[in-house]
Every structure is written in C-alpha cells, then in structure tokens.
Design a protein around this ligand. Structure first.
Ligand code: FES
Length: 275
C-alpha cells in the first residue's frame, strides 16, 4: 500500500491531470451489445407489464382460481369476488389505478432500487459508465449520496415489503391446487406455472443483497450463531446468482401473466394433469 501511495498522483491537484484522450474509446470489440440487450430486455418488460396492469381484464381464471401476480392482491370493487382474497376497497378503480394498488408500487420500488438493476440501467440507459474504457456522456459524478439518488437506500426497506408480497404470491400459488375440476385437489399446467413462478420469485427475493445483510450484516462473529451462519452461507450462494434471478423472474412474471390472460380470455384451455 505504501508503494501505491508513493507512485499514485494525488487526484485533483494541478500537474496531475488525467491523460487527454479524445477518442470515445479504443475498444474494438462489440462492447455496446450488452447495454443494448439490457435496454431492450427492460423495455420489453416495462411495455408488457404496463399494458397488462392497466388492461383491467383477463387477470383471473375463476374455475381454477388462477390469479396473475400483476393483479395480486386484487383490491378494486370491480375485482371478481373470488379473486379478492383480502376483500376490496369500497369503490371502483378508474382505468389509471392498478387493481393491485398496494403491492405494485412497492414491487416497482424493490426492483428499481435492486443492486443488480441499478447496475443494469446505470450502464445501459443512464450510461454512467457505458462500459469499461468507453467515455461516458456525463461530466460529473455524484454517486448515490445526494437527492434524488439517495432514495436508492430505500431498497433495504422495500426488501421486507417484498417478502410480505412473496407470501401473498405463495398463497396465490397454493390456493388453486384446491380448485380442481371437481372442486377438490387438482393440478393443471396453470398450477405448475404459478408454482414455478413463485419459487423463482423467492429465489430472487432471498438472493437480494439486503436479505444477505439482514442475516449476516453488522456481525463481528458467527461463532455463537450457527443457524444464522447456515442461513447466511445459503443466501450468499444464492446471491451470486442474483443477476440471473433478476432476469429469469422478469420472464417468468410475464409468462405467468400471459398464461393466466390466455386462459382467462378463453384463447386457450388449461391442460389438466390431474382433476
Ligand atoms: Fe436485487 Fe435486493 S433485490 S439487491
């Protein structure tokens, strides 16, 4: 460390300016592919989810109690009665209010402030930085310590709300198992879709950096906390795949919603495996 200090110029002092490079980049590889794909992937989800959330239709299959996660919990007075697990508010929602008014803003906050998504949209959309060794369009950098970026710190609180919403999504995946064709236990493709989706949602939520911190942060020693240590090591392992879960769950959310929408609208019939 001593050698580093001696040889590195103190930043910001006259006479120690950075080399002036006018070229945007000397990179010859297709460094822009990553940012472009990221932007496209996020755009597809945002367009699809926005369209569906405001459609206010085809969100529930009454015969098998399939409720899309985009409408859960359904709270508008016009929600189909069986879909409103927690009851409804006493008024009809206008077109611009999502039926899942209490969960969607927090899920949006959770995803928007997620450490991985930040990296994704900082690099691809905001371009700060665009890529390694590529000039970025911004002349200054203030990090996340000032308004409004300081709000990114809300992530740790959004995590706890996301856990509660995942519990609701879990109920949404389990309840349909008891709505088979004859009314009892039954399994259809829709059940498998809902269950797979909720397992992936839990994987995304449990692999969150804030989750890892909640279990193992600010601790000097795990010596007297074997259970916590066990949890933390499991979460740490999942955490290494957080980026994958972030993308997989965007896809699984869209596919789950699409499946429910297709069955609810009568476009396809739910294939029953048992009852
Ligand atoms: Fe991505 Fe928390 S959900 S870091």
């Amino acid at each position: 460390a001593a050698t580093m200090t001696a040889t590195m110029p103190p930043s910001g002092k006259p006479g120690h300016a950075r080399a002036q490079i006018t070229a945007k980049t000397y990179r010859k590889d297709r460094w822009w592919v990553g940012p472009v794909l990221t932007t496209l992937g996020l755009a597809v989800f945002i367009v699809y989810a926005t369209g569906r959330v405001f459609q206010q239709d085809h969100y529930f299959v009454e015969a098998h109690h399939y409720l899309t996660p985009f409408y859960s919990p359904c709270l508008a007075l016009q929600c189909e009665p069986a879909s409103a697990m927690f009851g409804t508010l006493p008024f009809e929602f206008p077109w611009f209010l999502p039926y899942a008014l209490v969960s969607l803003p927090f899920l949006l906050l959770f995803r928007f402030t997620c450490y991985y998504y930040r990296k994704a949209y900082y690099r691809s959309i905001w371009q700060a930085p665009t890529a390694c060794a590529v000039t970025e369009p911004h002349s200054s950098y203030t990090g996340e310590s000032r308004w409004p970026m300081v709000l990114q710190n809300l992530h740790r609180y959004a995590f706890y709300i996301a856990v509660l919403i995942s519990v609701v999504n879990t109920a949404d995946a389990i309840i349909p198992l008891f709505h088979g064709t004859g009314g009892g236990f039954g399994i259809g493709v829709g059940n498998l879709v809902l269950i797979a989706n909720v397992v992936l949602l839990w994987a995304y939520t449990a692999s969150c950096h804030s989750c890892r911190h909640a279990f193992g942060g600010r601790l000097k020693s795990f010596g007297t906390k074997p259970v916590q240590y066990w949890m933390w090591t499991r979460i740490s392992r999942l955490n290494t795949r957080h980026m994958q879960f972030a993308w997989i769950t965007l896809a699984s959310l869209m596919l789950t919603d699409l499946y429910v929408a297709l069955v609810a609208s009568g476009t396809i019939t739910d294939l029953r495996i048992f009852n």
